[in-house]
Design a protein. Structure first.
Length: 267
C-alpha cells in the first residue's frame, strides 16, 4: 500500500508516523510499541543529541534532533490512537506554558535576571500545587540519570530551606563520606551492600558540591569520560609505537605514557 504524504514538514512527519502505526499496512515494530516501550529509545536519543553537541558535530546534530523529535511524535500518536491526546495538544500546552512563564517577554513586564528566575520557580511551584502534590519531592522523574536526579532532589529541598548557605559544610560532608567509605572498605568482613550505600552517599555529596558551584555534574562527568577516553587512546598509540602490548606494558609504563600525554596537552 502506497501513501500520499503532505509537503509541509510537520504535517508530513505526522502522516509518516500515522502510516508507520497503520494497523494493517504499518511497520510491525512501530505498531507493537507502547508509551512505556519507547522510553529507553527516547533516553538514548537525548544522549545522542548531547553527545553531538559536546563533540561540536553540527553536521550530525540536525539528524539527532530529528530522532528526538520523532520520539515526541511517536508518544503523541500512540496517545491519539487511545483517545487521550494528540500532537496538537502537546504543542498547545507547550505554547501556553512558555508564554505563562515568560511574562517579561510576552506581557511586556520589565524584570532582571534574578526576578525572571524567581518567577520561573514560582510558576513551577504553582503547577505542582495545582497537581495537589504533598511533598517538595513529588514528580522528580525516577528514570533520570542518577546524578541529574540528585541535583533535582537537592534543588527541591533547597527551595524549602534545607540547604547549606556556604561551601564549607558541603566540602566537610564529602570528607565525612570518604572516611565512611574507607572505614567500610577496611572491614575484616566486607559488607558489599553497606559499601555500596556509603559510595552512594559520597556520590550524592559530590553532586551537592557541583550544584553549589553551578556545575552540571552529568555534563562534567561526560566531559571527564571523553577526556579519559581520548588520553587512553593516545596511551595505546604510544604503546603501539614502542612495540608494546597494552596489557603487557605494566602500570609503571602506562602511567609514564599517561603523564606524557597530559604534558603534550599543556604544550
Amino acid at each position: 500500500m502506497s501513501h500520499s504524504l503532505p509537503d509541509a514538514p510537520i504535517e508530513r512527519l505526522l502522516a509518516i508516523m500515522a502510516a508507520l502505526r497503520h494497523p494493517e499496512h504499518g511497520c510491525p515494530w512501530d505498531r507493537k510499541q507502547t508509551l512505556a516501550s519507547i522510553v529507553p529509545h527516547t533516553l538514548e536519543e537525548a544522549y545522542e543529541v548531547a553527545d553531538a553537541i559536546e563533540r561540536n558535530d553540527l553536521a550530525e546534530l540536525p539528524g539527532e534532533l530529528g530522532d528526538l523529535l520523532f520520539q515526541v511524535v511517536f508518544y503523541a500518536r500512540i496517545a491519539e490512537e487511545a483517545g487521550q491526546f494528540d500532537f496538537v495538544e502537546v504543542v498547545n500546552r507547550l505554547n501556553d506554558k512558555l508564554v505563562q512563564r515568560h511574562p517579561h517577554v510576552f506581557a511586556g513586564l520589565q524584570a532582571d535576571e534574578a526576578t525572571i528566575k524567581a518567577n520561573w520557580e514560582q510558576g513551577k511551584a504553582q503547577e505542582r500545587a495545582d497537581k495537589a502534590q504533598h511533598s517538595a519531592l513529588d514528580n522528580v522523574p525516577l528514570n533520570l540519570p542518577a546524578l541529574s536526579r540528585s541535583v533535582k532532589l537537592q534543588k527541591r529541598v533547597a527551595r524549602v530551606g534545607f540547604d547549606w548557605d556556604s561551601l564549607g559544610p558541603v566540602v566537610e560532608k564529602i570528607v565525612e563520606e570518604i572516611d565512611e567509605v574507607m572505614e567500610e572498605a577496611h572491614q575484616a568482613v566486607l559488607d558489599q551492600a553497606r559499601l555500596e550505600e556509603e559510595m552512594g552517599d559520597l556520590l550524592f555529596a559530590v553532586t551537592n558540591l557541583a550544584r553549589h558551584l553551578n556545575v552540571n555534574p552529568e555534563q562534567a562527568l561526560r566531559k571527564a569520560n571523553l577526556k579519559f577516553e581520548k588520553r587512553f587512546r593516545q596511551v595505546e598509540a604510544r604503546c603501539a609505537e614502542s612495540g608494546l602490548a597494552v596489557d603487557r606494558a605494566g602500570l609503571d609504563q602506562l602511567e609514564a605514557f599517561w603523564q606524557q600525554v597530559k604534558a603534550s596537552e599543556k604544550r
